[in-house]
Each structure stands twice: as C-alpha cells, then as structure tokens.
Ligand binder design. Structure first.
Ligand code: FMN
Length: 187
C-alpha cells in the first residue's frame, strides 16, 4: 500500500471478525514499529502481545473498574462514565490481539518514542489489511501493580500504547479533520 494511502485510510477499528491474526504478521507489525525514530536512538521499547482471550477480558473489566474508581484528571465525561458502566462493554471490542508497547527506560522521551512506534505499527496494520485502535482506556490499569503483574511488565517499564489488532468486520467512514492551525514564519 502506498504511504499516503495508508495515512489517509487508516481508521480506528472497533469491530473485528473472530479470525486470529497470524503470529508472523504480528511480528511484521512489530518490525515496522521498531523502524520508528527514537530519542538518542535508544530504541527503548518492548512489546507484550496478548492473544489470551480470558486475559483480555480480565484487562477490560479491571480497566473499566479502575477508571470509574480513579478517574483521570479532569474527570470522566458523563458519556464515558455511561460507557464504562455498561457491563458487557469490552474496551477491546473483541479484538483477537493486543500489543502493549512499553518504554524500557525512564527516558524523558519515553512516551514520544513509544507513540511513534505505535503509529508505525498502526499504519503497517492498515497496509496488511488489518484494523487497529489505540485503547487509552487500558493505560491506567496496565500501569498499576496488578496490571504489570498480569502482563509481566516490570516496575522499571512504562506501558504507553495498548494497540488492538484484528481483521476488521467493518470500517467506519473517515473522521473529519479540523482545519490545521498553521502559522507561516518567513518568506
Ligand atoms: C492516545 C489515544 C487513546 C485512544 N483511546 C481510545 C479508547 O480507549 N477507545 C477507543 O475506542 N478509541 C480510542 N482511541 C481512538 C480515537 O478515538 C480515534 O483515533 C479518533 O476518534 C480518530 O479516529 P481515526 O483513528 O479513525 O482517525 C484513542 C486514540 C489515541 C491516539
């Protein structure tokens, strides 16, 4: 797939078929992720691939409970509270795979590095005909001692980007973009 096409057609996918994603394909996505630039070329990222559906279910329910118990700064909107209170709402939308990108250092650029890797991974997924979505709902719980233990993420690592991957059942229409604010300086 041509780069501009991938950039413009990638969507946050929230409906998946039950078909698993081949491990070799997941490996290719991770290989694309690690081509991202990183500050001081540290490449300080690690990838936890969760294919265990029972564990995905547990992360989903524990993440919802955690967010309702400990809302992020600025509090949760009424709409988000309603979603999180829906018992059968799966924050992973039934995706067959979750890839959590974690920083392996306390670098001041930990979030930037992992986010760049995440975008590469999502564009590569699009190029493979797969769907993906960053699941921010999972981030807070994954960083708790329980979340870290469940995924084997050590205290020195920071889970940054939980990305679901699967075969899309449906692709939503493009989300309109706001006009960019651009300030030109210079001739
Ligand atoms: C940091 C971050 C966190 C996100 N968290 C969630 C989430 O928890 N659940 C969800 O359904 N989508 C989540 N998304 C996806 C966005 O809602 C989506 O990217 C946005 O609506 C634009 O749609 P598009 O990706 O199709 O262009 C997240 C995206 C980012 C970048």
């Amino acid at each position: 797939m041509e780069l501009q096409q991938a950039i413009h057609t990638r969507r946050a996918i929230r409906e998946f078929t039950s078909e698993p994603v081949d491990k070799a394909v997941l490996r290719r996505l991770i290989n694309a992720a690690i081509q991202a630039p990183s500050a001081v070329n540290e490449q300080a990222w690690s990838f936890t691939v969760v294919l265990d559906q029972a564990l995905l279910g547990r992360i989903s329910s524990d993440s919802k409970a955690h967010l309702l118990r400990t809302p992020p700064p600025g509090a949760l909107s009424h709409h988000l509270q309603e979603i999180l209170n829906t018992p059968n709402f799966d924050i992973f939308y039934g995706a067959p795979a979750l890839i959590v990108i974690s920083s392996t250092t306390q670098s001041p650029w930990a979030v930037e590095n992992c986010s760049l890797a995440a975008e590469n991974l999502m564009l590569a997924a699009c190029g493979e005909g797969l769907g993906s979505c960053w699941i921010g709902f999972a981030q807070a719980w994954l960083a708790t001692p329980e979340g870290r233990t469940a995924l084997g993420i050590s205290a020195g690592q920071l889970p940054v980007a939980p990305i679901i991957v699967g075969h899309p059942k449906s692709v939503p229409p493009p989300v309109p973009r706001k006009e960019p604010q651009i300030r030109w300086i210079g001739p």
